[in-house]
Design a protein around this ligand. Structure first.
Ligand SMILES: *[C@@H]1O[C@H](CO)[C@@H](O)[C@H](O)[C@H]1NC(C)=O
Ligand SMILES: *[C@@H]1O[C@H](CO)[C@@H](O)[C@H](O)[C@H]1NC(C)=O
Ligand SMILES: *[C@@H]1O[C@H](CO)[C@@H](O)[C@H](O)[C@H]1NC(C)=O
Ligand SMILES: *[C@@H]1O[C@H](CO)[C@@H](O)[C@H](O)[C@H]1NC(C)=O
Ligand SMILES: *[C@@H]1O[C@H](CO)[C@@H](O)[C@H](O)[C@H]1NC(C)=O
Ligand SMILES: *[C@@H]1O[C@H](CO)[C@@H](O)[C@H](O)[C@H]1NC(C)=O
Length: 645
């Protein structure tokens, strides 16, 4: 019988009559239908800030104001000072949109966050259990009088977001009004400041052999010159684009080594928009910032990007190249008329960055060897302490993202991270899923292992083995260069589909070199670019049984050339995450001979690469644990002797 996790209790409390659980529920969520309303202590009182915001909407004549959850660079993870949605609503989930009118305030979020929203919002806010822009537009049409204007901060809208609202508002006689000054910032008096420092250039010792920023600038200029559309400038908006171009990193966003910036790169000038006071003399020298030639970086204030772009666009004969996926509407809307604009989904920086050069590949592989040691230490320690007593596990160290550490029913929420209210004790009776990542100067890592310290059920073993078959089937696939991940991802699901199981998330994403842990545009989804040699991607099938347990196995792979009997230019995956899978959960009778061979070869690689690092760090017990867990598998039903040679 699984213990009382919060998700569990919603569905089971009534059935089990577990009064402890039932009381917990009524105390943690707001109840706005009683008088006075019941508000748990996790709620923020938003009355005053809403009043202030509404006051600022009046002189602008906007009847509604849209508050998205992203930042001006359309980042996946945002800095605390960009958490405007959280400031206004109290809700801290990572996905949502809020809309405020003079009389109403509503938050839209998806099913992962409904419970959390009920715990964090006061009764000024209504919850709409949807995230689609069409649902928001429908609400706007019914709440805003005809002819009314709907305000939004264009820095927080992508081009696609804008078009989506525009289409959905359609012929309703409501207009979208771009308000390029953020109204939430005006009422957020204790908004966290810009960090004073934290910007660095990557040390030579780490990136020796990789292109310098000057070489990257020349490379981008060459791509501009080679384009038949003859762009005169490239505008970089996503934070990892500027960081990549200049081989620089920052610390503005938790777990993501980025700094606030934009770049306008023309054929003979380089404009870097940044909080210039944050740059040391050394960095200015590194950027050759004291001159105005084609290889001098001209520093411009971060906040002047709109004004400067407008000035550039006013010049005759110019054409600005943007990647539409990451350029905000505030910059896009300035590039008119349309013949001054050139678009691609992703900028040439993003498509170039997706393919790691030899140095990047080498150091990213190295980072994974050190990360394997850390994960092996964690798994060995847990294996030792959990059976003795129960461990209350919060979350550790320098991470690539918030560690997803979940056991039992919590792991059934694919992206659960522990909080004080929902954390559970680890026990030998259930599965444990740890999805962790590290940021190393040479690479970003991301790995998931699922383990069981007691006796797994038959169903758990079968599900785990079928998930593992998905990892192996993708990993051992040989495919022509240029194949899209979307055309291969069913290999990750096939063994699960055979018995009517599935999972509700993507099968993998790109990963950076000391960058974002989810690095677009690489991956297995339809809007990802085709695979070529040198790309890194995660491979991460899973299976989640509601209210019971969750399984995910995630490895990072580099795409490498594969000689074939007849064809040229074929590729395959080479796994660089180097941690063995829980043997107890593997049912070898389900595995094919090829799958067992693949697994044994992978385990040999772990021994070859991680063994010496464990020796170097003097980790004897961990070495033994690794060796024990990488024993070759013997195909069930066949003689052991074939494998002992
Ligand atoms: C709020 O409290 C009332 C009275 O106790 C109860 O009937 C109702 O179900 C509660 N609503 C929610 C959303 O908990
Ligand atoms: C929220 O703050 C307002 C303004 O200070 C106050 O009038 C109101 O009573 C507070 N609401 C709750 C539920 O505490
Ligand atoms: C708002 O509407 C009023 C009345 O129609 C008008 O006088 C004023 O100029 C408008 N303000 C803005 C910022 O559009
Ligand atoms: C839109 O609404 C305004 C204000 O009510 C009205 O003056 C105008 O005629 C409407 N336009 C259309 C196309 O319905
Ligand atoms: C710095 O800029 C000057 C002037 O354009 C140029 O001659 C020089 O090569 C640049 N130095 C570096 C290291 O890029
Ligand atoms: C969680 O609990 C710990 C220990 O009781 C406490 O120090 C911490 O502030 C709590 N965190 C939150 C977000 O409530």
């Amino acid at each position: 019988m699984p213990p009382c996790g919060w998700l569990l209790l919603l569905s089971l409390a009534a059935l089990t009559g577990n009064t402890f659980c039932a009381i917990t529920t009524s105390q943690t969520e707001r109840n706005c239908s009683i008088s006075p309303p019941y508000l748990p202590s996790t709620v923020i009182n938003t009355t005053l800030r809403l009043q202030e915001l509404r006051k600022r909407m009046l002189p602008l004549n906007i009847s509604a104001y849209i508050i998205p959850g992203t930042d001006a660079h359309l980042s996946e993870y945002i800095a605390p000072r960009d958490a405007r949605l959280t400031f206004m609503t109290g809700f801290t989930g990572s996905a949502g949109t809020a809309v405020v009118t003079q009389t109403k305030a509503t938050l839209w979020t998806d099913s992962r966050y409904w419970v959390q929203a009920e715990r964090q919002m006061d009764c000024n806010w209504e919850l709409e259990k949807d995230v689609s822009i069409s649902s928001i537009a429908e609400w706007l049409i019914s709440e805003v009088p005809a002819g009314g204007e709907i305000g939004f901060d264009p820095f927080l809208f992508s081009l696609e977001t804008y078009e989506n609202y525009d289409i959905n508002l359609g012929s309703s006689n409501h207009s979208l009004t771009s308000v390029p000054v953020n109204l939430v910032d005006q009422v957020w008096t204790d908004r966290p400041p810009i960090l004073a420092d934290g910007i660095i250039s990557l040390p030579d010792r780490v990136i020796r052999g990789s292109p310098t920023w000057q070489m990257k600038v020349e490379q981008m200029r060459k791509m501009m010159e080679d384009s038949p559309y003859r762009p005169t400038a490239l505008l970089l908006s996503a934070l990892d684009e500027t960081a990549w171009l200049f081989n620089m990193r920052g610390n503005d966003i938790p777990f993501n080594p980025f700094f606030y910036s934009y770049t306008l790169l023309t054929l003979d000038e380089i404009w870097l928009f940044i909080h210039t006071e944050r740059l040391t003399g050394e960095l200015k020298e590194y950027l050759n910032a004291s001159c105005a030639g084609p290889l001098c970086v001209q520093l411009k204030s971060y906040d002047s990007v709109r004004a400067q772009l407008q000035e550039y666009v006013a010049r005759p004969g110019i054409k600005v190249w943007i990647g539409t996926e990451y350029t905000n509407y505030a910059l896009y809307e300035l590039i008119t008329p349309v013949d001054k604009l050139m678009t691609s989904s992703y900028s040439p920086v993003l498509t170039t960055k997706a393919v790691k050069d030899e140095t990047e590949q080498r150091i990213l592989r190295d980072a994974h060897v050190r990360d394997a040691v850390a994960v092996i230490q964690l798994l060995m320690w847990l294996e030792k302490v959990v059976p003795q007593a129960t461990v209350n596990f919060g979350g550790p160290n320098t991470r690539g993202f918030e560690t997803i550490s979940a056991s039992g029913a919590n792991a059934a929420l694919a992206h659960y991270s522990p909080t004080n209210e929902s954390s559970r004790k680890l026990t030998v009776d259930e599965m444990y899923l740890v999805d962790s990542g590290g940021q190393y100067l040479d690479g970003t890592t991301d790995i998931t292992r699922t383990v069981h310290w007691g006796t797994p059920t038959e169903m758990q073993r079968e599900a785990f083995t079928r998930v593992l078959q998905g990892n192996i089937e993708i990993s051992r696939t040989i495919f022509p260069s240029g194949t899209r991940g979307a055309n291969m991802e069913m290999l990750g699901r096939r063994a699960l589909w055979e018995v009517g199981l599935n999972y509700g998330h993507g099968t993998g994403h790109g990963v950076g070199n000391y960058f974002g842990v989810h690095e677009w545009p690489v991956g297995f989804q339809t809007n990802n670019i085709p695979f070529t040699s040198g790309m890194f991607t995660s491979i991460e099938p899973g299976y989640y049984k509601d209210n019971d347990f969750g399984i995910r196995i995630e490895d990072i792979a580099v795409i490498v050339p594969k000689p074939t009997k007849y064809g040229n230019n074929y590729l395959t995956f080479d796994i660089v995450s180097l941690v063995p899978y829980d043997r107890k959960l593997i049912d070898t009778s389900l595995l094919s001979m090829q799958q067992i061979q693949w697994l044994n070869k992978y385990y040999e690689t772990i021994r070859t690469l991680v063994g010496p690092e464990l020796d170097r760090q003097g980790l004897k017990e961990e070495k033994d644990w690794m060796l024990k867990n990488t024993e070759p598998f013997v195909p069930s039903g066949s003689s052991a002797s074939i494998w002992s040679s």
